[in-house]
Write a new protein. Structure first.
Length: 158
């Protein structure tokens, strides 16, 4: 059981660290509006997407799983959401500060949870049931790390 406690502590720590690393990496990009790949998103779009997915998907799922009994989550189409809501005029620093603030707030909540809360379950429209709070935290971190790696690849090639 000690290993599980330690794993969860490290998970929270890594989540916070990744958010701060993501902010720093995005701000280090010389032109955040240059596409990363031909016909691909740019760093500004990736930052907005990452912030919005944290807010509307993984962060929301963690919070609702804590507050509700076995909530049901719909599928989320990130591309469709971006097409409808992306604002290229939103300041990059504001986007990134919002992401970091959200992750830090969530980390504070997670650190205060009793161990049994990590096993609270939820359902997903396409993924089924039995999805624990811990799974949503892990997926939120994985999503953040995926985009962190993409942005770091840009900064290493500048």
């Amino acid at each position: 059981m000690i290993e599980l406690f330690e794993y969860r502590r490290q998970l929270i720590d890594r989540f916070e660290k990744a958010a701060n690393e993501f902010r720093a990496a995005c701000l280090a990009v010389k032109n955040p509006f240059a596409p990363l790949e031909a016909d691909g998103w740019n760093v500004h779009q990736i930052a907005v997407h990452t912030r919005d997915v944290d807010k509307l998907v993984y962060g929301l799922r963690v919070r609702r799983t804590l507050e509700e009994a076995n909530p049901m989550f719909p599928n989320f189409d990130g591309d469709a959401y971006m097409a409808a809501h992306y604002n290229p005029k939103e300041p990059l620093r504001d986007v990134l500060d919002g992401l970091v603030s959200s992750v830090e707030t969530l980390a504070k909540i997670l650190r205060g949870l009793p161990e049994e809360a990590w096993s609270r379950e939820s359902q997903h429209a396409t993924q089924g049931g039995g999805l624990t709070l811990q799974i949503w935290v892990e997926r939120g971190l994985a999503h953040l790390q995926e985009h962190l790696s993409a942005v770091q690849a840009v900064t290493s090639n500048q």
